[in-house]
Design a protein around this ligand. Structure first.
Ligand code: ZN
Length: 168
């Protein structure tokens, strides 16, 4: 986790020093007093169904973590973006499809991301017209019948679909 090795203040550039602050050792700027809190990232993912509701849209990941596995289209939330807007943008960037966000499915903690742990907000989405095209951080995109999901899915997405949609 690279942020834990920060040595200089992101606000004023002065040296950070470890300080006991609100229950933990945290880097604190010796000039302006800024305290560096290491927080998880926030990401959004889409459990995207087709118009019939029988197929789910999955992407094959080109980057770690879970590189090479199938997973929901997903990505980090921008600082000025509400979570449903983040999931619409990520699905568009990775698959070219426009989706309607329907409901909140779950919030999943991903603690094994080498970049930074993240809270991933998962939304049930319905896809609009059009054929998906792989782009951005994915090498492949495909529709899978809910009754025939790939075994090599990352982030526990397969178990989540089975739990939420009751598929075996
Ligand atoms: Zn500072």
């Amino acid at each position: 986790m690279p942020h834990q090795h920060a040595t200089h203040c992101p606000l004023c550039g002065f040296r950070l020093e470890g300080t006991q602050w609100e229950g933990r050792q945290r880097p604190r700027c010796q000039a302006c007093g800024f305290v560096y809190f290491f927080n998880p990232a926030s990401a959004a993912a889409g459990l995207v169904l087709d118009a019939s509701g029988g197929r789910v849209l999955l992407v094959r990941r080109r980057i770690e973590p879970h590189k090479g596995c199938w997973a929901f289209p997903a990505g980090y939330q921008e600082i000025d973006e509400e979570p449903p807007a983040a999931v619409r943008r990520e699905v568009r960037e990775e698959t070219g499809l426009e989706v309607e966000v329907q409901s909140l499915v779950d919030v999943v903690w991903v603690g094994d991301d080498p970049r930074k742990p993240a809270n991933v907000i998962i939304y049930l989405c319905r896809a609009g017209e059009g054929e998906p095209q792989a782009a951005s951080d994915v090498s492949e995109v495909a529709w899978f019948p809910l009754s025939d999901l790939p075994l090599d899915m990352g982030f526990g997405n397969r178990e989540l679909i089975q739990r939420v949609l009751g598929q075996e």
